[in-house]
Design a binder for this molecule. Structure first.
Ligand SMILES: Cc1cc2nc3c(=O)[nH]c(=O)nc-3n(C[C@H](O)[C@H](O)[C@H](O)COP(=O)(O)OP(=O)(O)OC[C@H]3O[C@@H](n4cnc5c(N)ncnc54)[C@H](O)[C@@H]3O)c2cc1C
Length: 403
C-alpha cells in the first residue's frame, strides 16, 4: 500500500496525512474548503495540548482561558452561577487558524493538497486487487486506501451506516466581535445540550448544541437569543453559524463499523466525539494519528480496536450517563444546579471539575471518585455554609435571581 487519499483536510484528515507522509506514503488530501472558519468553539483541553505540544508552541493567535463560569438555568428564570479557576487553562483557537496550521503541517510533510470536493468513492473494484476510485470535479483518482475524514456531514459510507438523528446534535451560534476573559457554559432545565461562550483571540464563539432528534433549530435559536441578551452581548456585526456535531449513542459507539479492507473513517465522520461535552478536536487528531499508525504498521484492521482501547470505551460510558447529567436530580434538585452549588462551596469538588475540564478525569472512574469524595465534599459544603452563607471560595458568583 503506497498511495493514500484522504477526504477532508480538517484536524483528523490533516493529522492522519501528516503522519503518513512523514512515514513515506504518497498522500493526497482532498479538501473542498481549505482554511475555513468551521463552526466550532475551538476549545482544546490540556489533554490535547499535552499530546500535541505544537498546538501551544507557536506564535499563532489563540486564547488561553483560566476562568470558567457554569450557569444552571431554572424554569422560574432564576439561574445559579459560579466562576472558578480552571487550574490548567483551556486554549481556544479560531478554526481558520487551527485548520490552516494543521493543513500546512500536512503539506510540509509532503501531502499533496487538492482543493476539491470528492463526490463519490468506490471501494469495490470490479476485479480482484482493483484500487479504490474517487471522483472529484468529474476527474477519477485511484489509490490503495481511502481515509474518510469529511466531518459530521460525511455522506461517503463504504460498507457502513450513516449517523442517525439521535447520534447528532444541531448547533447554532454566532461569532461575536467582542472580548471576554471567562469561558461560560449554561445548562437549561431538562435539556440535553448546553449553551456556551468561548473567548477567542479577537472574538467570541457563542452557541448552543442540542439533540437533533429532540430540538428544532428554531427552539435552539430562541434559547441562543435569550442567552446572548442575558449575557449582555450584542450581535451587531456578528456572524451566524449552524452545523452538526456528533453526540453518538452508546450502541453507535459500540457497533458502528469505522474501517474496512481499504477504507477507514476518522474524526467526526467516525463519531469520535464526547457525547456529553461535544469535545471533538482531541478525538479527531487522535483518531487520525491512530489510523496513520495502524497503516504504517501495515495493520489497518487494528485501528478499530485501538480507538476502543484509547477512548471509545470511555465515550460509550459517557453516552450512557449523559441523560443523568442533563436531566437527572440529586438531593432534590437538578444535577447541574447541584454542580454549581458544590463548585461554590467545595474545593474537593472544584478539583474534580477542573480535572473534567482538563480531560484528565475519565468517565469510567468518575462515579467511583464522586462517591468516594462525597462525604468530604458534603462536609466542606456544610462547613462553608456555616462559615459564610455567601460562599467564600468561588467569587465572583450570583446565587440569587439573575437572568
Ligand atoms: C458548533 C460546534 C462547536 C464545537 N466546539 C468544539 C470545541 O470547543 N472543542 C472541541 O474539541 N470540539 C468542538 N467541536 C467539535 C469539532 O469541531 C469537531 O469534532 C472537529 O472539527 C472534527 O474534526 P474532523 O477533521 O473530523 O472534521 P471537520 O473539522 O468537520 O473537517 C472535515 C473537513 O472535510 C471537508 N470535507 C467534507 N466533505 C468533503 C468532501 N466530500 N470532499 C472534500 N472535502 C470535504 C470539510 O470542508 C472539512 O474541512 C464543535 C463542533 C461544533 C459543530
Amino acid at each position: 500500500m503506497k498511495e493514500i487519499s484522504i477526504v477532508g483536510g480538517g484536524p483528523s484528515g490533516s493529522m492522519c496525512g501528516e503522519r503518513l507522509a512523514r512515514a513515506g506514503y504518497d498522500v493526497t488530501i482532498f479538501e473542498e474548503r481549505p482554511s475555513w472558519e468551521k463552526p466550532c468553539g475551538g476549545g482544546l483541553t490540556r489533554k490535547a495540548i499535552e499530546k500535541y505540544p505544537f498546538l501551544m508552541d507557536n506564535s499563532l493567535p489563540k486564547r488561553e482561558v483560566n476562568t470558567a463560569e457554569i450557569i444552571s438555568g431554572h424554569r422560574s428564570g432564576r439561574s445559579q452561577r459560579v466562576q472558578f479557576d480552571l487550574g490548567r487553562p483551556i486554549v481556544i483557537y479560531s478554526r481558520k487558524v487551527l485548520n490552516t496550521l494543521l493543513l500546512e503541517r500536512a503539506a510540509s510533510a509532503g501531502c499533496r493538497v487538492v482543493e476539491s470536493r470528492v463526490a463519490s468513492v468506490d471501494t469495490h473494484g470490479d476485479t480482484p486487487g482493483e484500487r479504490v476510485r474517487l471522483t472529484a470535479r468529474g476527474v477519477e483518482h485511484k489509490c490503495d486506501f481511502v481515509v474518510l475524514a469529511g466531518g459530521a456531514r460525511n455522506q461517503l459510507l463504504p460498507d457502513t451506516t450513516p449517523l442517525r438523528p439521535q447520534d447528532l446534535e444541531m448547533t447554532v451560534g454566532y461569532f461575536i466581535p467582542a472580548s471576554e476573559d471567562v469561558l461560560k457554559i449554561k445548562f437549561l432545565p431538562q435539556f440535553e445540550g448546553y449553551l456556551w461562550s468561548f473567548p477567542r483571540a479577537d472574538h467570541l464563539s457563542v452557541g448552543i448544541c442540542g439533540k437533533m432528534a429532540e430540538y428544532s433549530s428554531q427552539t435552539l435559536r430562541e434559547h441562543l437569543e435569550r442567552f446572548v441578551n442575558e449575557e449582555g452581548l450584542s450581535i451587531h456585526g456578528a456572524q451566524f453559524f449552524a452545523h452538526v456535531l456528533p453526540a453518538p449513542e452508546a450502541d453507535t459507539i459500540h457497533h458502528r463499523r469505522v474501517a474496512g479492507k481499504n477504507w477507514a473513517l476518522a474524526g467526526d465522520a467516525a463519531a469520535c466525539t464526547d457525547p456529553i461535552t461535544g469535545e471533538g478536536l482531541y478525538y479527531a487528531l487522535r483518531s487520525g494519528d491512530l489510523l496513520a499508525e495502524a497503516l504504517i504498521q501495515a495493520a489497518p484492521e487494528a485501528y478499530s480496536a485501538q480507538l476502543w482501547t484509547e477512548f471509545s470505551e470511555d465515550l460509550e460510558f459517557a453516552a450512557r450517563i449523559a441523560r443523568v447529567l442533563f436531566r437527572g436530580q440529586f438531593l432534590g434538585a437538578a444535577v447541574t444546579t447541584r454542580m454549581v452549588q458544590f463548585l461554590r462551596r467545595s474545593p474537593t469538588f472544584r478539583e474534580l471539575v477542573r480535572d473534567i475540564f482538563s480531560g484528565s478525569q475519565s468517565y469510567r472512574t468518575l462515579k467511583r471518585r464522586l462517591w468516594s469524595q462525597l462525604g468530604g465534599t458534603l462536609a466542606e459544603i456544610a462547613r462553608s455554609m456555616f462559615e459564610s452563607p455567601a460562599a467564600p471560595h468561588a467569587e465572583p458568583y450570583s446565587a440569587g435571581p439573575s437572568n
